[in-house]
Ligand binder design. Structure first.
Ligand SMILES: N[C@@H](CCC(=O)N[C@@H](CS)C(=O)NCC(=O)O)C(=O)O
Length: 98
């Protein structure tokens, strides 16, 4: 079983590309949610994460930050285990993720 990973992105976003490249390198499967033209989802994202930038990444429903934070987790040797962890039985629904 692998983690449920959601990546909120916009068009023309180098940090989004960088984050997805790392997830691809790790062999992670993830759901990509494009919020470029979706103001409601962007507002929800700010509320959920306290951040105004993309990407925003959730692993098993937990906000882990953006590209820099994802790379930090990899450098700290934590990302592999996080990506391997099973999701909770009833994860919170996230807009656009289903
Ligand atoms: N430190 C952040 C930087 C992310 C960032 O600056 N993203 C740009 C797009 S690539 C952004 O969201 N800019 C503000 C905006 O588009 O409203 C990360 O690593 O994710």
């Amino acid at each position: 079983m692998s983690a449920s990973v959601e990546v909120y992105v916009t068009n023309y976003c180098p940090y989004c590309v960088r984050a997805k490249r790392l997830l691809d390198k790790k062999g992670a499967t993830y759901t990509e949610i494009d919020v470029t033209h979706d103001l409601d989802k962007r507002k929800w994202l700010v509320t959920a994460t306290g951040q105004h930038t993309v990407p925003q990444i959730f692993i098993n429903g937990v906000s882990v930050g953006g590209s820099d934070e994802l790379h930090d987790l990899e450098r700290q040797g934590k990302l592999t285990a996080m990506l391997a962890a099973s999701p909770a039985p009833h994860p919170e629904p996230r807009p656009g993720a289903r």
